[in-house]
Design a protein around this ligand. Structure first.
Ligand SMILES: C[S@@+](CC[C@H](N)C(=O)[O-])C[C@H]1O[C@@H](n2cnc3c(N)ncnc32)[C@H](O)[C@@H]1O
Length: 450
């Protein structure tokens, strides 16, 4: 079966036509079926497996014993949703998974590249920060924003234990997540978004890997398209204008509200469509998967994840692309996108005590001098930090351009030193104020006027 997709002007799938493959076009492996050893049926030496192609039912010599129909039979590893620190939801291995094993299919709506661009901009404008669009091939993308499998919850890591792989299934390309190493039960699953991700807003990566590339999917096509910032002398690339989102800043998420938390595992049913349309071209083929929500995490959930009966939440989506568009903006998952407009705001935008002004509140000249001195030291530390910041940002930019992941130690040390001096100066000032207010006896001075 081959599929022909027809799009309307907005890049939405209008209808699809299944073109039956001729028998001679179907890839049939040469596996010899051994009834005494069914384990060998279409294993790693199967010609189809070697070419990332699933066997076609009815054509495979191993018949119902064929093990090379994992997408078709939804043979997923056991996984479990959990709430991460600062990265929204994540997915855990709920059993030991061997290197190379298929974990789950990345399901969603198939859209054209123009539509991917349009949706990505729309989501960004709507403040939807989590991005779920990945590339299927040169022309098509999979959007799991509103509809998808548990695969949509797998986070990024610069030191991943999984990867995406493309398989041909009954003539169509599908994307699966596969383990790249042995993964033990309870470990978070993560793949590197740099390859297929069509990311929206720039998100600071919180994977914590030593080789972290700072931004999520910084080398992915989507990121590059959104931020044509990498050419030398391009004045769009100034750090001050660089929209930066730090997921840690607005936790807990309001996207999926955790209410009625429970210490027991809660069964969830996730309605998901396989990537593609069913035969009538509009309705989606839904499959039901079961997973479990990590202990003490969630009882009911809003937006994409709706309460679906007792102890069940359902990830549901509209049945057609039109529904999808109409539904956009109503109850869609939102997290406010914070932008950091400039460095000054980032470094000194917080409310600061003005040492000199506070000094005037004290009657004692000795205390005033002490506070003024602290304030001067703090101003010095602040300017030092700002100049180090100015100095290191181009280094970071250059390393990004050169695809180098980590910062040179000397640069990092400089930054840490300047930050520590600034923190110490802040602390000294605050300490001096508190000391002179709370324990004036230490300096034998009277309290300031209230
Ligand atoms: C495909 S979704 C993954 C599931 C998502 N955490 C959720 O709660 O739905 C991708 C989004 O998760 C967040 N994310 C994933 N990996 C991250 C990381 N290493 N650091 C920070 N945020 C991350 C980002 O907001 C990203 O846009």
């Amino acid at each position: 079966m081959r599929t022909q997709l027809f799009f309307n002007n907005s890049g939405l799938i209008l209808w699809k036509r299944q073109i039956k493959k001729k028998d001679e076009d179907i890839a049939v492996c040469e596996c010899k079926f051994d009834p005494g050893n069914t384990e060998l049926a279409c294993g790693e030496r199967c010609l189809n497996v070697l070419t990332n192609t699933e066997c076609t039912p009815g054509y495979c010599p191993c018949g119902s014993y064929c093990k090379n129909q994992r997408f078709q039979k939804s043979e997923y590893a056991k996984t479990k949703l959990f709430k991460t620190e600062g990265r929204g939801w994540g997915l855990l291995a709920d059993e030991n998974i061997k290197a190379g094993n298929f974990i789950i299919e990345y399901c969603g709506e198939i859209i054209s590249s123009d539509e991917a661009k349009r949706r990505s901009q729309t989501y960004e404008a709507q403040g939807l920060r989590d991005a779920y669009i990945i590339s299927l091939n040169a022309n098509y993308y999979i959007d799991a924003t509103r509809k998808g499998s548990l695969g949509r919850f797998i986070n990024h890591s610069c030191q991943p234990n999984c990867e995406t792989r493309k398989w041909t299934v009954l003539g169509e390309t599908r994307v699966g997540i596969f383990a790249t190493e042995d993964i033990s039960v309870g470990t978070e699953l993560a793949y590197d978004y740099n390859f297929e991700w069509y990311g929206g807003v720039n998100v600071r990566c919180l994977c914590g890997a030593p080789n972290c590339s700072i931004f999520l999917g910084a080398k992915s096509q989507g990121f590059q398209e959104h931020n044509h910032v990498w050419e030398d002398g391009d004045d769009r690339y100034t750090v001050d204008e660089f929209p930066l989102y730090d997921s840690a800043e607005d936790e807990p998420l309001d996207k999926v509200k955790a209410t009625g938390s429970t210490n027991q595992e809660t069964l969830i049913t996730v309605k998901t469509e396989i990537s593609g349309l069913n035969n009538n071209g509009f309705g989606y083929k839904y499959k039901e998967f079961s997973g479990s929500v990590g202990a003490g995490t969630v009882g009911s959930a809003k937006s994409e994840v709706k309460e679906g009966g007792q102890n069940a939440i359902i990830v549901s989506g509209p049945k057609t692309n039109d529904d999808f568009n109409n539904g956009l903006g109503t109850g869609s998952a939102k997290r406010a996108t914070k932008r950091i407009p400039n460095r000054k705001q980032k470094l000194s935008g917080r409310k600061q005590v003005n040492g000199k002004r506070v000094a005037q509140l004290f009657a004692s000249k000795k205390v005033q001098d002490e506070l003024i001195k602290c304030e001067e030291e703090r101003s010095l530390a602040t300017s030092k930090l700002e100049s180090v910041y100015d100095e290191i940002r181009p280094v970071i930019a250059q390393r990004e351009r050169d695809s180098l992941d980590s910062l040179p130690t000397s640069v990092a040390e400089k930054w840490i030193e300047a930050s520590c001096s600034k923190l110490k100066a802040d602390f000294d000032l605050y300490f001096a104020v508190v000391k002179n207010v709370v324990c004036p006896s230490l300096t034998n001075e009277p309290n300031p006027e209230p």
